[in-house]
Ligand binder design. Structure first.
Ligand code: HEC
Ligand code: HEC
Ligand code: HEC
Length: 150
């Protein structure tokens, strides 16, 4: 008797359960497609344009110098941390000299050291920052290179 009742109940619910499951799977599928859309849209887009979607901005490197205070890859990825370190060394520890991995000595100074080589701030720092949507606030206080102020 009870057994029959349960069996009837299951028979009655089965189609509904399957429907629900399909509904949920469909919803999940749509979610996954939507959620990953930046990736495959980028991929589709790159098929049409034939190149990577992100292009490195063209920056003006100093012409009169060959080397930075560290390797180019390191500077590209870590210059913000290096500047932070420089600031702490100067302001907190009172150290004004930085010795790089090759034993070269540099004055710890954003304005006079970094910006004397990278005097073309608009075509170097700014171009790259603009294309990466960063806008360092340092220039509220620190002086930008002369002749390149906008
Ligand atoms: C509110 C003003 C202010 C802002 C904004 C500011 N600084 Fe400074 N910074 C100073 C002052 C003041 C000193 C100390 C100058 C000294 O003792 O020679 C200093 C010192 C430094 C130094 C070491 C000495 C020198 O003159 O370069 C570095 C490097 C530095 N700051 C980097 C930065 C960076 C990078 C930013 C942006 C992320 C920044 N600062 C933003 C005021 C500021
Ligand atoms: C003596 C001149 C000189 C000084 C001082 C200097 N740079 Fe450079 N910087 C260069 C040169 C030259 C390159 C290109 C290096 C290469 O091609 O290997 C460069 C490369 C870089 C890059 C990488 C650019 C890229 O290719 O993506 C960054 C970022 C950078 N410098 C920031 C700084 C900062 C910040 C400071 C101060 C802490 C600084 N530089 C001090 C000359 C200098
Ligand atoms: C190759 C591209 C590139 C060049 C050239 C470049 N930057 Fe940057 N910079 C970045 C990127 C990208 C960030 C953001 C990194 C992050 O948020 O982790 C950044 C962040 C910074 C920050 C930290 C700002 C913040 O609010 O966190 C400072 C300070 C800075 N850059 C200074 C400079 C200076 C000074 C120069 C020129 C001498 C320079 N950068 C050149 C790409 C560049």
């Amino acid at each position: 008797m009870l057994k029959d009742l349960i069996k009837d109940f299951i028979d009655e619910m089965k189609p509904k359960l399957i429907n629900d499951r399909m509904f949920i799977m469909g919803g999940l599928g749509a979610f996954v497609v939507l959620f990953t859309s930046p990736f495959w849209l980028n991929f589709l887009f790159s098929l049409f344009t034939g190149d990577d979607v992100y292009e490195r901005p063209k920056i003006a490197l100093p012409t009169e110098y060959k080397e930075c205070v560290s390797t180019r890859d390191y500077m590209r990825a870590e210059h913000m941390q290096l500047l932070d370190t420089w600031r702490d060394m100067a302001v907190r520890e009172g150290k004004r000299e930085y010795v790089d991995a090759n034993g070269n000595k540099w004055d710890i100074n954003l304005q006079n050291t970094c910006m004397s080589c990278h005097a073309n701030k608009p075509d170097f720092c700014d171009t790259c920052h603009t294309s990466n949507s960063v806008d360092p606030y340092c220039w509220d206080c620190h002086v930008e290179p002369k002749g390149n102020q906008q």
